[in-house]
Write a protein that binds this ligand. Structure first.
Ligand code: ZN
Ligand code: ZN
Ligand code: ZN
Length: 134
């Protein structure tokens, strides 16, 4: 039988196990806890984006009418780069109390192209900020 040393306590254990029988349950439990925590964090970010309150708002008739009119008023031109705008961005994110107050306030809006919208939200740069999209 080939013996290996336990990665945790250094005692010999049967190959191909990386840990001895004593350490293995500990190691597995720790790994499970870590995975559960990572998942909980991802769910939380996901849910804040998918919060029905905001989903409903973006689908609502008043918002769709306002954003369509805003786009028309700005001739579908990106206010950052002059390209073709496709989305209306809230400068003060509606996920914040102030942004929510100003969700229909045109001075809080900006017509943006996809690229500029990503830049506004720093998508692809910071995971923390990505959770505040739209
Ligand atoms: Zn061990
Ligand atoms: Zn742009
Ligand atoms: Zn936005």
């Amino acid at each position: 039988m080939i013996l290996k040393l336990c990665n945790k306590c250094g005692k010999p254990c049967a190959y191909p196990a990386k840990y001895c029988d004593v350490c293995l349950p500990d190691v597995l439990a720790a790994r499970e806890a870590r995975e559960a925590e990572t998942k909980a964090r991802a769910d939380k970010a996901y849910n804040s984006r998918r919060d029905p309150k905001y989903v409903r708002f973006y689908r609502s008739k008043p918002w769709r009418m306002l954003s369509a009119r805003y786009m028309q008023d700005h001739a579908w031109t990106c206010e950052r780069c002059g390209g073709l705008a496709v989305e209306v961005h809230h400068m003060q994110p509606i996920q914040t109390p102030e942004g929510w107050e100003r969700r229909f306030d045109v001075t809080n809006l900006k017509a943006v192209c996809v690229d500029c919208h990503n830049k506004e939200h720093n998508r692809f740069q910071s995971k923390a900020k990505r959770s505040q999209r739209l």
